[in-house]
Design a protein around this ligand. Structure first.
Ligand code: UDP
Ligand code: MG
Length: 313
C-alpha cells in the first residue's frame, strides 16, 4: 500500500485542532488503497496544542509529532516535517484548515498520472482587501524578477513525490522559501485551482514581520535583481551628473559669472547619500544570508519526537 504523509505546521492552534483531527480522520477512512501518515510539527506552541496532538496520536496509528525547542517559523516547520515524513508522496498544508485536506484525492489522481509536484493555486482568497492586494503584487513582482519561474498565487500547499522531497532535503539553506525551492527542483509540475477557505478559528499566526521575512526570502533567495538595480541606478545617476557638469561648464565658459546653487548641492548630497544607503541595505540583505550560511547553525532544534507505536512500521 502506498503511504502518503500529511505535514502540518502547528503554532498555537488549539482552537482549530479538534476540527482538523475530525477532517483528517474522515479523509483517511475515505481513502482506499493509501495509508495516511500524519506529521505534526509543533513550532513552539505555548497553548494546549501539544497535548491535543498527543491525544490524537493515541488513537491514530501513523502519527509523528516533532516538538521544536522554540518557535522557528512556518517555513522551518514544514522543512522538518519533510525531513521526517516517510511517505511515497508528501502533502504540505496549513493546520488552520485554510487548505482543505479533502483536495488530496485530486492531488493523488495527478500524482498517479505521473506528475511529481501537484501544487494548489489560490483562485479566491478570504483575506481582507489590503492583504489580498499585497499577495497579488508580491507574486507578480517575484515572478518578474526571479531567475526561475515561480507560479503565481501558489503557496506551500502541495503534494510532492518522494524524489522531489529528497531534492529539497538536499538544499540546506537556512532562510527558506519552500515554494521557490519546489520550483527550483523542477520535475513534472502541475497546478490545480482551489478556493482558499477562511481560517477555521483563532488569529493568523503569520504576523506582519514574519510575512515580510518570507517575502524578502523569496526575493533575495531567488533573484539578483535588487543588486542589479543598485548598479543601474548608479549608472543612471552618473549620466545625469555628467550632463550637469556639461551644463555648468557651458554656463561658466560661455555665459560667464560664478556658479550658484547651494540648494542644488544639498539636494544632490542627500539624493546620492540615500541611493548609497539603499544599495548598502540591499547588499546587506545578501551578506546577512551568506552570514547565516557560514555560521552553519542547525535549521531547527527538536526537543522531543513522539511516535505512535506503528508509525515507522
Ligand atoms: N505557523 C507556524 N509557525 C509560525 C507561524 C505559523 O508553524 O511561526 C503555522 C500555523 O500554525 C498554520 C500555518 O503555519 O498552520 C499558517 O499560518 P497562518 O494561518 O497564521 O498563516 P496565513 O494563513 O495567515 O498566511
Ligand atoms: Mg492561515
Amino acid at each position: 500500500m502506498k503511504r502518503i504523509s500529511l505535514v502540518f505546521p502547528v503554532y498555537n492552534e488549539e482552537q482549530v485542532l479538534p476540527a482538523l483531527f475530525e477532517r483528517v480522520e474522515s479523509l483517511s477512512r475515505l481513502l482506499a488503497g493509501y495509508e495516511l501518515e500524519i506529521i505534526f510539527v509543533n513550532d513552539g506552541s505555548h497553548d494546549g496544542s501539544l497535548q491535543l496532538m498527543q491525544h490524537f496520536q493515541a488513537r491514530y496509528p501513523h502519527c509523528t509529532i516533532l516538538d521544536f525547542s522554540r518557535n522557528f517559523g512556518h517555513q522551518v516547520a514544514i522543512t522538518a516535517g519533510m525531513d521526517f515524513a516517510t511517505g511515497d508522496a508528501i502533502m504540505l498544508l496549513d493546520a488552520d484548515l485554510q487548505d482543505p485536506p479533502e483536495i488530496l484525492p485530486q492531488f493523488l489522481a495527478k500524482w498517479e498520472e505521473g506528475y511529481q509536484v501537484v501544487y494548489a493555486i489560490r483562485k479566491t482568497r478570504q483575506e481582507h482587501l489590503f492583504k489580498r492586494m499585497a499577495y497579488r503584487a508580491f507574486y507578480r513582482i517575484l515572478h518578474k524578477i526571479s531567475d526561475i519561474p515561480i507560479p503565481l498565487d501558489s503557496g506551500d500547499f502541495c503534494l510532492m513525490d518522494r524524489r522531489v522531497i529528497e531534492v529539497i532535503k538536499s538544499m540546506h539553506e537556512r532562510n527558506r522559501f519552500v515554494r521557490g525551492l519546489r520550483s527550483w527542483a523542477g520535475f513534472k509540475q502541475i497546478g490545480l485551482e482551489y478556493d482558499r477557505d477562511k481560517r477555521h478559528s483563532g488569529e493568523a499566526k503569520y504576523t506582519f514581520p514574519k510575512l515580510m521575512k518570507l517575502a524578502l526570502n523569496g526575493i533575495f533567495s531567488f533573484s539578483y535583481f535588487p543588486l542589479q538595480i543598485a548598479g543601474y541606478t548608479g549608472f543612471f545617476v552618473s549620466i545625469i551628473s555628467f550632463l550637469g557638469i556639461l551644463v555648468y561648464l557651458y554656463k561658466k565658459l560661455v555665459i560667464g559669472g560664478e556658479p550658484q546653487g547651494f540648494p542644488t548641492l544639498v539636494i544632490l548630497v542627500l539624493f546620492l547619500g540615500g541611493i548609497q544607503l539603499i544599495s548598502l541595505g540591499v547588499i546587506g540583505e545578501y551578506i546577512g544570508r551568506i552570514y547565516d550560511e557560514v555560521k552553519r547553525r542547525p535549521t531547527y532544534i527538536i526537543r522531543k519526537i513522539y511516535e505512535s507505536d506503528s508509525s515507522r512500521s
